[in-house]
Design a protein around this ligand. Structure first.
Ligand SMILES: NC(=O)c1ccc[n+]([C@@H]2O[C@H](COP(=O)([O-])OP(=O)(O)OC[C@H]3O[C@@H](n4cnc5c(N)ncnc54)[C@H](O)[C@@H]3O)[C@@H](O)[C@H]2O)c1
Length: 300
């Protein structure tokens, strides 16, 4: 059986992906700094991503050929000047865990020499949807695809772009294959009564493009399916990034949502069809054969 190391193995996404990996015939190992909620048949390695020794130990112990790198601090850790907030950790927590963690893992993968493929949980926040300046990121065209410029200002978006660069460099340097999923907000599963549904109705007019959300999401079960597809895909470039999306939450055509929520983007929205979101998942459909199954539109 092919061994898979899943970092962030105690987290929400891993709790859905690991059972799917087992079902698909893989042997998963979980790695996390937090104790696992998983059943004890999945081997668990306790460790810290920002420790080179722990990352090396996890890959050496698991002898993994596939690395699903989902472990991360899933948000920025810097204080915003002038904004009252409570810090959950030191200012550099996000960069240390996410950037150094990815670097240490890929260094260990290179030295041990067994890993052939990496599936990395990146985010649509690489675009720059968490602006510190307060200026919405500049949308150059719609729908946004993987070629759209990315300009993050916050530590989370920056850490994920740097993570993508690190796995890209590993793939090119050592003949591996690396896939970055730019995940939308993960839901498990999405409910029609989700609070976002109200927010999109009341979206205030503002300047420029979206901030924080495009009102699209991905169901964790669809991420699990895409992970298996990415592991088994052949003929991909050494590094590929994919926006991974289950659906928008729009109840009206995307063009109408754009007119109300992001009026400055109306001239760019002419070609948009139906309720497809302003970020497109077309590349994942084309290159991985990914078809999202768990839209709220077809759930009971
Ligand atoms: N949840 C979302 O909406 C969302 C959206 C886009 C991308 N992502 C990305 O998907 C991945 C999984 O997200 P999730 O929803 O399962 O988050 P989660 O917080 O439930 O899981 C992340 C796991 O990483 C572990 N972790 C964090 N820092 C660590 C460290 N320094 N050393 C070892 N382990 C560490 C945590 O203990 C946790 O179990 C993350 O990389 C996240 O950035 C999440």
């Amino acid at each position: 059986m092919t061994r898979v190391l899943v970092t962030g193995g105690s987290g929400g996404l891993a709790s859905v992906v690991i059972p799917r990996l087992i079902e698909a015939g893989y042997e998963p190992f979980a790695f996390d700094v937090a104790p696992p909620p998983l059943d004890k048949s999945v081997p668990f390695i306790l460790g810290e991503l920002s420790s080179s020794a722990d990352c090396y130990r996890a890959l050496a112990y698991s002898k993994a050929e596939i690395l699903c790198h989902f472990g991360a601090v899933p948000g920025p850790s810097e204080l915003k000047i002038g904004v009252a907030s409570h810090q959950r950790g030191p200012e550099d927590t996000t960069m240390k865990s996410n950037v150094m963690g990815t670097y240490y893992l890929m260094e260990a993968a290179a030295r041990i020499g067994l890993v052939k493929k990496v599936v990395f949980a990146s985010t649509y926040y690489v675009l720059g949807l968490l602006p510190i300046s307060g200026d919405p990121f500049k949308v150059e065209y719609l729908p946004i695809d993987e070629d759209h410029p990315m300009k993050p200002e916050d530590s989370y978006g920056l850490s994920k772009i740097m993570g993508e660069m690190i796995i890209d460099a590993w793939a090119k340097a050592y003949g591996g294959q690396a896939v970055a999923f730019r995940l939308m907000g993960i839901d498990k599963p999405f409910k029609e009564t989700h609070s976002w549904q109200e927010k999109v109705k009341d979206a205030p007019d503002h300047k420029g493009g979206p901030v924080i959300t495009t009102y699209q999401y991905v169901d964790a079960r669809d991420v699990a399916e895409a992970t298996v597809l990415a592991i088994e895909a052949e003929g991909l470039d050494p590094f590929e990034a994919f926006y991974l999306i289950t659906d928008s939450i729009y109840t009206e055509d995307t063009k109408d949502v754009v007119a109300r929520a992001w009026p400055d983007l109306v001239p760019l929205a002419e070609g948009l069809v139906g309720t497809e979101g302003i970020i497109t998942g077309a590349k994942a459909a084309r290159k991985l054969g990914f078809v999202p199954k768990y839209s709220w539109r077809n759930q009971d």
